[in-house]
Design a protein around this ligand. Sequence first.
Ligand SMILES: NC(=O)c1ccc[n+]([C@@H]2O[C@H](COP(=O)([O-])OP(=O)(O)OC[C@H]3O[C@@H](n4cnc5c(N)ncnc54)[C@H](OP(=O)(O)O)[C@@H]3O)[C@@H](O)[C@H]2O)c1
Length: 323
Amino acid sequence: MPFAIRVHEFGGPEVLLFEEIALREPRPGEVRLRHTAIGLNFVEIYQREGVFPFRLPFTPGNEGVGIVEAVGEGVAEIHVGDRMAYAPVPGSYSEVRLIAAERLIRVPDSIDDKTAAAIMLKGMTAQYLLRQTHRVTPGEVVLVHAAAGGMGQFLCQWAKALGATVLGTVSTEEKAVVAASYGCDFPIVYSRENFVDAVRRHTSGEMVDVVYDAVGRDTLLGSIDCLKPLGHLVSFGDASGPPEPLDIVPLGDKGSLTVTRGTLATFTRTRAGLLACANDLFDIIASGGVKVATERTFPLSEAADAHRALQDRRTVGCSILMP
Ligand SMILES: NC(=O)c1ccc[n+]([C@@H]2O[C@H](COP(=O)([O-])OP(=O)(O)OC[C@H]3O[C@@H](n4cnc5c(N)ncnc54)[C@H](OP(=O)(O)O)[C@@H]3O)[C@@H](O)[C@H]2O)c1
């Protein structure tokens, strides 16, 4: 019988238990996939803590890549032995899983398994943030929070490939070096200096066109103060906790600013949207505009340690769970 990480009660990393699971045969439209690599994402901390109303017990996780072991009735374009990847679909912390065939994506052969597991959720998120939510254009100035993190790796490189100047915040000098290696032109150590002042200095007071903010509580109001007139705040996560409710009235006084909150699920809810997002990601990787380093791997059985490292801000770039 295969193993998976199961959560029977919400809580800290210790609730991530490595257990045997029973899997039925695929139903019509389903596929049984044996994972070869699984992506680790901050959002899985929220799944574990019960921020999302998941029914207990459940298997956390959102993305992975693997080999098809069995296909259900009516699945025509996917065959046993095919290598397929996916995101965002809950339940990836497992050796083997069942999944709807329509959520699977064929990954180019040039992308290895660990890279495939690292790119599906974070890379497609970067795609919708940089190419759909706010279309970054050459000459724009962009601020990315947590620039040395998993999302940071994609946002900094891709924004730079689109011709933007990239400013990024990080908590340590070591992470500033990592962010610079991801294409961040001006890393700002926000634990040491006020990032709004730093942005003002680096832009000679012009400020930035768009802020990509997934830190939330600690940064959101400062992010608004980093924008130039008609600037765009793109909020997409709460690594430091959910921000206070936002008063929209000052957005007018501060320069007719706009604020958006996005989720990858919205942009990939249709098959066409999912494929367009994935194909754009594969193209930027093939062009060399975004290079993906999987900085750390953890055995799937040690997912709790992976969560501790991520939550304690000890990871950089993308981390992978290996089944
Ligand atoms: N809405 C969407 O579609 C979507 C999709 C993917 C990810 N996200 C969000 O994007 C964010 C980043 O995800 P990720 O998986 O790439 O994680 P990550 O950036 O690798 O890790 C989170 C980073 O956030 C920073 N951070 C700031 N305050 C923190 C705090 N109090 N506790 C922990 N970390 C803190 C840390 O960087 P420093 O130490 O440099 O501050 C940390 O390394 C998460 O908020 C996630 O939910 C949203």
